[in-house]
Design a binder for this molecule. Structure first.
Ligand SMILES: [Zn+2]
Length: 322
């Protein structure tokens, strides 16, 4: 079995690289890992770092793969560890060379900008190697801190959407968000599901330019849960309690610049009008209070506390609670 330059026999773990495009000197490549159990079984695909700087995913994925007992493992795991090498080099969610957010421009184009070409390639790789389920790992980025949530494509009611929703309930996250909004149309998740018919999830936890043990533990729970749900390792997948389902998201912005004094935590329940934080100017004065704009909701993500912001910057992502 091959993935890029990695080649694994039954019971082996292999590492290598796969080509995603070209910069002005050499091919752009991502490191890859290919873990093959001694026993036949499902194929799981893990993608990390389509947003540069979201470093929890690749660390957790490599740890998880190295923790497996391949003598008893059923099936295989292919991990593409750096889906956006240009963004990762810049510690940025975006691709600096063309300003693209790769997870908003799918399906991309083989004759487009460097970001559009990488996206076209990532989609082709998912079609070829995506196997039975795809997990797209995110962690907020340098500027944002997210709850431990899972997103599945909820725009259609096809078999892959139903399978994705079922898998979302088995990774140990309380925040199970079926997204059907317009931004989903440009995502990797939507295209691997709608174009290639894959069972697929976005799994997200953490961010804010740090990697916490709590976030690594969340991803460990999620990856082990997915492998159990697929029957690759023994045991029952985790069952989360006190579930929060998600509908539409509201991206709340500040109208005044200054320091962001955040008063809520990712995942926290919110009601309409609740104060979520304040903008504080350089003289220490509160110049704006930020309120929850919608009824029953939970906090999907926050801008990093005390970050100096421009007027119009996003401060909280509020997810409608269904
Ligand atoms: Zn991301």
């Amino acid at each position: 079995m091959r993935f890029g330059t990695a080649e694994a026999a039954p019971g082996e773990l292999a590492t290598g690289v796969i080509e995603l495009g070209h910069d002005n000197i050499l091919p752009l490549v991502s490191p890859v890992m290919l873990a093959r159990g001694a026993l036949p079984g499902p194929r799981l695909f893990i993608q990390c770092l389509i947003h540069g700087g979201e470093n929890v995913g690749p660390i957790a994925a490599a740890r998880f793969i190295r923790s497996l007992d391949l003598k008893t493992f059923k099936g295989s795991i292919a991990a593409l560890l750096v889906a956006n090498p240009l963004g990762q080099r810049a510690h940025s969610r975006l691709t600096p060379q063309d300003g693209t957010n790769l997870n908003r421009i799918f399906p991309g184009s083989p004759s487009g900008s460097v970001g559009e070409q990488m996206v076209d390639r990532l989609l082709a790789i998912a079609g070829e190697h995506g196997g039975d389920a795809i997990l797209d790992l995110h962690s907020g980025g340098e500027l944002t801190i997210t709850a431990f949530y899972v997103i599945y494509d909820d725009k259609f009611d096809g078999p892959q959407q139903r399978a994705s929703k079922a898998l979302a309930a088995q990774i140990g996250s309380r925040y199970q968000w079926g997204a059907s909004e317009g931004w989903m149309d440009g995502t990797y998740l939507a295209h691997v599901s709608r174009t290639h018919g894959k069972t697929a999830l976005i799994i997200e936890s953490g961010g804010g330019a740090r990697v916490r043990e709590e976030d690594l533990a969340n991803f460990s729970t999620a990856l082990n849960g997915a492998a159990r749900a697929l029957g690759m390792i023994a045991g029952d997948p985790p069952v989360a309690s006190d579930i929060r389902r998600g509908g539409n998201a509201v991206h709340v912005k500040c109208t005044k610049g200054g320091f962001w004094d955040c008063l809520v935590e990712p995942g926290q329940d919110m009601v309409a009008g609740q104060v979520m934080g304040r903008m504080v100017d350089l003289y220490g004065q509160v110049v704006e209070e930020i309120h929850c704009p919608t009824g029953q909701a939970w906090v999907g993500s926050i801008r990093r506390p005390w970050m100096p912001l421009y007027s119009g910057d996003q401060v909280v992502e509020v997810v409608e609670r269904l």
